[in-house]
Write a new protein. Structure first.
Length: 176
């Protein structure tokens, strides 16, 4: 009889240990959830299941809470910046060449990209023979699929009296 009592006690402790390790509730934690009802607690535990539920049963204020460790993803998400496409170069159009009256050239830059970008623009200052007197580069930030106007100072005011025309590089190089 003494051996039978030990076996029963050992079996009960073993069953309680198994139930605790597998995530089954013993019913002592005020969780009255059953299969088919909403809420947490009870059931088998698996690392791929989400047990982050908090329920209060029967309208009482002493509901139980079951929390598991958060699940972490090992694959990058769609919002990752590593998936950003490289920027396309923009276009530059000369609107006005520098002169003695106004030593600034005006250039319109267009951005073909779906995000804001910084572009480098180059203007060459030519004499009547077509020789380059000087050239300048400048940068401008252009909104996504938009355009911006850039005023560029002539390389030096000493070239303006020999300046015949300006030429802009039609390709505005995307810098970022």
């Amino acid at each position: 009889m003494h051996t039978r009592g030990r076996r029963l006690r050992f079996t009960a402790v073993l069953a309680l240990t198994v139930l605790t390790l597998t995530g089954f509730s013993t019913g002592r934690h005020h969780s009255h959830s059953r299969h088919g009802s909403s809420g947490g607690g009870g059931g088998c535990s698996s690392s791929s299941q989400d047990h982050d539920t908090s329920t209060s049963s029967g309208g009482t204020t002493g509901g139980s809470t079951h929390r598991s460790r958060p699940t972490y993803r090992s694959t990058p998400t769609a919002t990752s910046s590593a998936t950003a496409r490289p920027l396309k170069d923009g276009t530059a159009v000369l609107k006005r060449c520098a002169s003695l009256d106004d030593p600034y050239s005006t250039v319109e830059v267009r951005n073909p990209n779906g995000r804001e970008a910084l572009f480098t623009v180059k203007v060459a200052y030519k004499n009547s023979n077509g020789s380059t007197l000087a050239d300048t580069t400048s940068q401008v930030s252009v909104p996504a699929n938009g355009r911006a106007t850039l005023r560029m100072a002539a390389a030096s005011t000493g070239i303006l009296d020999r300046l015949d025309h300006c030429e802009v590089d039609p390709r505005a190089t995307a810098d970022r």
